[in-house]
Ligand binder design. Structure first.
Ligand SMILES: [Fe+2]
Ligand SMILES: [Fe+2]
Length: 202
């Protein structure tokens, strides 16, 4: 099965990452690990924000509480990897991908639409991270790093499914499906606009 079809089947993403991306990534491990560390940190804080904002949604709170711990654990793993290699955690940089995604959220929609967009944006970020980790787990020369990224890939795939499942818990399935397709189309255009960068997870 080609990567394109496989990616579509697993995650629904319309546009696979440029294959050159892994080669670029290998050249700047310090940057990619730094960027990865902040992605994990943001994933943890985003889950906390959702729990705070939607404290009345019992399933959401119950399901996301352990994800906070998991994402923070990921951050610590990446930090340990940096330190083990005598690399430094650099400064957090502007995340163009996430900023551009946020522009597509329906800010003046109904509470249900806003919740749906929040859950789908997180599903999308997880899906794209997962796809990038898959690339790294297959394309890097270093076997240890390939396994390192495989573990992240599996974990983020689970999170992607969880966010979709939560969306379908609170919003009618057909509405979720329709909006998800709109998000996928928007993300594909966005990915084409953003230049290929070797030191970013997304
Ligand atoms: Fe993670
Ligand atoms: Fe995640």
């Amino acid at each position: 099965m080609s990567t394109t079809n496989e990616t579509k089947n697993i995650l629904g993403l319309h546009l696979p990452t440029d294959p050159r991306w892994v080669n670029l990534a290998e050249l700047s491990l310090e940057y990619i690990l730094t960027d990865h560390a902040y992605c994990e940190q943001k994933a943890a804080t985003s889950c906390i924000s959702l729990i705070q904002r939607y404290s009345e949604l019992e399933k959401l709170v119950t399901e996301l509480a352990p994800i906070v711990t998991e994402e923070w654990g990921h951050f610590r793993l990446v930090l340990a990897e940096l330190h083990k290699r005598n690399l430094k955690l650099g400064k957090q940089r502007k995340d163009e991908y996430v900023n551009q995604l946020q522009l597509f959220q329906k800010k003046d929609g109904s509470p249900e639409q806003r919740l749906l967009d929040k859950l789908l944006i997180f599903a999308l970020i997880e899906a794209r991270s997962c796809e990038r980790f898959k690339r790294l787990s297959e394309g890097l020369d270093d076997e240890y790093l390939r396994n390192f990224y495989r573990r992240f890939m599996e974990s983020e795939a689970g999170h992607y499914h969880l966010f979709i499942e939560l969306a379908e818990t609170y919003v009618e399935k057909s509405i979720v499906r329709k909006r998800w397709q709109e998000w996928l189309a928007y993300e594909a255009v966005l990915m084409q606009k953003i230049e290929v960068r070797g030191d970013r997870i997304h």
